[in-house]
Write a protein that binds this ligand. Structure first.
Ligand code: ADP
Length: 494
């Protein structure tokens, strides 16, 4: 900061000008001089001064005329008049023209310094007052900005916010609160809570928090169930606000809609219990076989014992399949599948899959018909996933077929899509089972499927694969006639 003090001396008498300069420079003030009002005004306009000493009687432009102009443009500049006529009238006139003080000629150096220092002190105080005013204005602006910032934050929150005083009156709220609690009335600060909120559970928690006779709560968190306008679960967190003397002022209530989280939680527990159920049957069968063998209850017939071991092996194998499918589902759901997408000719995958599964179809004498265009339009997908997808569909078409039945695989294409139809002439699926076949663990129990093994996870995996490749899947079926799965994928060419 520049601490130098700048003083301008305006007088037509050279002796006064130079005399003042000497006295003031000896005090370390920076001094400039002017011979008349016009010169003085030009200097004031070109650079800042802290104080000016001005003579009244000067040629070109007199002191009073100049002071009038300075007063309008530089109201904070301290002006001290040097006058040869030290009368009350002159002094009053000079003050009216904006002078802070005056000094009669001739004057001694210490007289000049006394007046100058008084003027500079006034200037310093004036500057200080100005700074304080600016600081206050800045603070006020900051407070206003802060208020509007908090307002914006509270209003844009997804959680509902309600601030309630100890008399249970509404102080502040946000749009999320209005929506979540289905408040239809126009809200005003000071409204009684019970006139606006009709959720008894919520009112009860707030009552508990504000009740001076109740325990000294800091906050209460509880789940509440709402039935209107739709069934929702909210997590209410009511925090008690106290002053420095622990006097309760009111509560801040934050409500979060946890309906979706609760649903996911429920689905997860259902899934865990389904998995446990699915694992229990084969495991207990294996345990039974082993127990029968170990206790000797099966007798010595080697054929019978071998048969039991063979059955245990089959159940263990199906358990492994189940665990494999479960692991794949969990990988897909946690988005941790590493897919290597590439352009694929699916007709080649179909031919290979059919070749591999033909032995499975041999016993029942199931025939295959493959009708795919050559060249086949390519799609972009992971080879391993596509192999699994067709293996599931074709193996189901064999498993749920009838003796001497048929499986046909027909591809059609439009400009943008490859449409793959896998049909069988098998046992079909009833209308009521059809919507559930892509659900986890869904298996239809019928006389015809009694000896067909499976996990009930194949189609649910297939659906996830199709969706993750932006494809579509559709199924049509007629009981005892057959089933057709139609899978549509976007064509992607080189
Ligand atoms: P699974 O391991 O039991 O084969 P999926 O998820 O592949 O499990 O299939 C679910 C159920 O849908 C099967 O158990 C079966 O009842 C029925 N299903 C699937 N594909 C066919 C089909 N082509 N024909 C008749 N039923 C089928």
């Amino acid at each position: 900061m520049n601490e130098q003090t700048y003083i301008l001396v305006i007088d037509d008498e050279r002796g006064i000008r130079e005399g003042c300069r000497r006295i003031l420079e000896a005090e370390n003030y920076s001094v400039e001089t002017a011979e008349n009002g016009k010169q003085g005004l030009d200097l004031i306009q070109s650079k800042p001064f802290d104080l000016i000493l001005v003579d009244l009687m000067m040629p070109v432009m007199g002191g009073l005329e100049m002071m009038e102009k300075v007063m309008t443009d530089f109201p904070e500049l301290i002006m001290i008049v040097i006058t040869g006529y030290a009368t009350i009238e002159t002094a009053v006139d000079a003050m009216k023209h904006g002078a802070y003080d005056y000094i009669p000629k001739p004057f001694a150096p210490d007289q000049l310094l006394t007046v100058i220092n008084r003027g500079l002190e006034k200037h310093r105080l004036q500057q200080q007052a100005k700074q304080l005013m600016e600081e206050r204005d800045r603070r006020l602006l900051e407070v206003a900005n802060e208020k509007s910032r908090i307002h914006t934050i509270v209003n844009s929150m997804g959680d509902a916010v309600l601030v309630i005083n100890r008399d249970q009156q509404l102080v502040l709220w946000n749009p999320a609160a209005v929506k979540m609690l289905n408040i239809t009335k126009k809200l005003k600060p000071g409204q009684d809570l019970t006139q606006i909120i009709f959720q008894p559970d919520l009112i009860q928690i707030i009552n508990k928090a504000v009740d001076p006779k109740a325990a000294h709560y800091t906050s209460i968190s509880e789940e509440i169930e709402l039935s209107k306008p739709e069934a929702q679960t909210l997590m209410a967190n009511v925090s008690v606000v106290r002053d420095e003397n622990s006097e309760m002022l009111g509560v801040v209530c934050i409500l979060r809609n946890i309906t979706q989280l609760k649903k996911i939680d429920r689905v997860k527990s259902q899934f865990v219990s389904m998995v446990a159920h699915e694992l229990r049957a084969p495991l207990s069968a294996i345990e039974n076989y082993i127990t029968t063998y170990l206790t000797g209850a099966a007798g010595d017939d080697p054929e019978f014992n071998r048969n039991m071991l063979e059955r245990s092996r089959k159940r263990a194998h199906s358990l492994l399949n189940l665990v494999e499918d479960l692991l794949q589902i969990s990988r897909m759901e946690s988005q941790h599948v590493s897919r290597k997408k590439q352009l694929l000719d699916v007709s080649e995958i179909i031919n290979n899959t059919v070749e591999l599964l033909k032995t499975q179809a041999k016993d029942e004498n199931i025939g295959f018909k493959i009708d795919v265009p050559k060249p086949c339009p390519t799609i972009e997908a992971d080879r391993g996933e596509m192999e699994q997808l067709f293996t599931n569909f074709i193996s189901n078409a064999i498993k749920y077929n009838v003796k001497n039945g048929n499986v046909s695989i027909i591809f059609e294409s439009t400009e943008n899509f490859l449409i793959m139809k896998i049909s069988d002439t098998g046992i079909g699926i009833s209308e009521e089972d059809l919507p559930h076949i892509f659900d986890d663990f869904f298996r239809i129990s019928r006389e015809e499927t009694r000896y067909v093994t499976g996990t009930g996870l194949g189609l649910s995996i297939v659906k996830k694969i199709v969706e993750s490749n932006l494809g579509r899947i559709n199924v049509e079926s007629e009981l005892n006639k057959g089933t057709t799965f139609t899978i549509t994928f976007p064509i992607k060419m080189n």
